[in-house]
Write a protein that binds this ligand. Structure first.
Ligand SMILES: Cc1cc2nc3c(=O)[nH]c(=O)nc-3n(C[C@H](O)[C@H](O)[C@H](O)COP(=O)(O)O)c2cc1C
Length: 333
């Protein structure tokens, strides 16, 4: 934990995006085995769920560090309550969602529609920063609907950084259409505009600026890092998680051997056994692992075996062990 309200700049050089229903704690544990350094984000958790929901929405494993909690909400007092709880639980960063375009989120007046209310976002950030010492960051778009000029984005960043004290922004480099497009379409249809994020870094050199959207390789990540402080990868990291196996070496410059895929699978066994003993279902863990052998001989059989067997009653780690036998040994690299 850092005492000075600034981000852990090191780990945010490369982060895995918050993804609802995908980056749950099992997924994050798995990703952590692939990279010891990347910053991992939780799924967006609403302040309402944390404050009024049944169950513990903040559970995670110690191994996940550095891990950032993404909050959804726009009530400064509620956000501050949740930020404080998260800090007490040991999270390394709080991130406010200013990028999600779903109707449900808009009805709650948070997510991407908050780009239109920078003063409120600043107030939210300021209230959170007043009660925590960990960094409070923002994930945003480059615009919403017809408000997509560069001036609109700079006004947002100026107000949120100057009035709210936010030092760290991740910019999903496409705008969001708040009506007419589904969240999925809003991740595909509006065109990516990386130069806009680069220009923000030029105009606000004192801020930490990261980019998100459409990044598929570590080489592309390095190109962005020539202009910016951080790169956040979403879908590609989830669907093709072995991409993360060289993050420590290529992005963070560590001199470590690159793990084989089977090693990562085997390192999951003790975790799986522990989680099953605590009442988890194998399928809830293994679903995050099915992309590990993507595009490799045996990869389809690996995926199919897990999909067909992990949800069966009493399924245990032997399902994963058998699935691993579908991969020809000489190709496990
Ligand atoms: C299944 C799914 C769920 C997502 N949930 C969230 C979320 O909870 N919070 C958020 O800020 N963005 C969410 N996103 C958007 C991603 O964080 C990211 O901005 C987007 O996928 C673009 O990055 P990519 O092209 O690398 O995937 C989600 C994306 C996907 C695919």
């Amino acid at each position: 934990m850092k005492p000075d309200n600034t981000s852990d700049f090191h780990s945010s050089r490369l982060s895995i995006a918050p993804m609802l229903d995908w980056t749950d704690r099992h997924c994050r544990y798995f990703h952590r085995l692939l990279s010891s350094q990347a910053l991992l984000y939780t799924e967006m958790i609403t302040t309402g769920a944390i404050i009024h929901g049944k169950g513990d929405f903040l559970t995670y494993s110690e191994e996940e560090h550095p891990v950032a909690l993404q909050l959804g909400g726009s009530n400064p007092t509620d956000l501050a309550t949740c930020a404080k709880l998260a800090q007490e639980r040991g999270y390394d960063e709080i991130n406010l969602n200013v990028g999600c375009p779903s109707d449900r989120v808009q009805n709650g007046r948070f997510g991407a529609c908050l780009m239109g209310e920078p003063e409120l976002v600043a107030e939210c950030i300021a209230e959170m920063k007043a009660v925590v010492s960990i960094p409070v960051t923002v994930k945003t778009r480059i615009g919403i609907d017809d408000q997509d000029s560069y001036e609109f984005l700079t006004r947002f960043v100026s107000i949120v950084s100057e009035q709210g004290g936010c030092q760290d922004f991740t910019i999903h480099a496409r705008k969001a259409w708040l009506s007419g497009l589904s969240p999925k379409e809003n991740r595909e249809i509006p065109p990516l505009d990386y130069p806009r994020a680069y220009q923000i870094k030029k105009d606000f050199p004192h801020l930490q600026i990261g980019v998100n959207g459409g990044v598929k390789t570590l080489d592309e990540s390095l190109e962005h890092l020539a202009h910016l402080d951080g790169v956040m990868i979403g879908r590609e990291a989830y669907q093709n998680p072995y991409l993360l196996a060289e993050v420590d070496q290529k992005i963070f410059g560590l001199d470590l051997p690159v793990k084989k895929r089977s090693q990562v699978v085997e390192e999951m066994y003790p975790y799986i056994e522990k989680q099953l003993a605590n009442g988890s279902n194998l399928g809830h863990i293994s679903r995050h692992m099915i992309g590990l052998f993507q595009a490799m001989p045996g990869g389809r059989q690996w995926r199919r075996y897990i999909s067909e067997n992990a949800h069966k009653k009493g399924a245990g780690v032997e399902v994963i062990q058998t699935a691993l036998t579908k991969i020809p040994k000489e190709l496990d690299v």
